[in-house]
Design a protein around this ligand. Sequence first.
Ligand code: HEC
Length: 210
Amino acid sequence: MDSFEVNKFLGALLGTCLVLLAVHIASGAIFAQPIPAKPGYVIEVKQEQPAAASGQPAPAAVPIANLLASASVQVGQQTAKECELCHNLGKGQGAKIGPDLYGVVGRKVASEPGFNYSDALKAKGGTWTFDALNVWLTNPRADVPGTLMTFAGIDNEKQRANVIAFLNSNSDTPLPLPKAAQNGAGSSGSTAGNAPAPASSPPAAKAPSK
Ligand code: HEC
């Protein structure tokens, strides 16, 4: 093989490489993928408002007694349909995913025989009072971390009070509703002059002189 033959061979090799390079560049230009301005799918995440965002302590801001005073058992019964996904509400109907809620107001926490409560709820102790239910139903998993009740809770305090009023009525022995706090403005009579030292006498309240 003389040097001319070698040159021809190397030339062919170089040419092939150049052609491959050209094809590569050309295909890059043809098949170039424009980068989309927006990704093909956008995952919308609903931002939940943190309860205390407004700077005031959101849970139990109004005493449950005051809310219960104007609560509606009928409306509460409608709202309680959400609970029926997991709870029976009727007497003696037994457990579903959660324990039967008949007569739950005033019942000991985690006390339905035969229901397999979480350790977290068993450890809570106490009784389902109006107040306890108010806190629980606001956000069960905040009240009892580790509870099996995977229910987000009822944000609206009026709705919550309606449900609690319904739960109370849904019982052999409904409890008397707690008395609403009077905020010291209870007496509307005109006997203020004789009242022996009122607990709080706001200076702004001027009694009209007779
Ligand atoms: C997704 C299912 C589910 C929904 C919906 C649900 N719960 Fe529950 N609930 C449970 C489970 C499960 C438990 C037992 C929790 C545990 O053992 O930690 C429970 C426990 C309870 C308890 C404690 C009972 C006891 O015997 O100590 C009350 C009270 C209660 N739920 C009320 C309600 C109310 C009222 C609603 C509707 C506003 C509701 N739940 C909606 C699943 C649910």
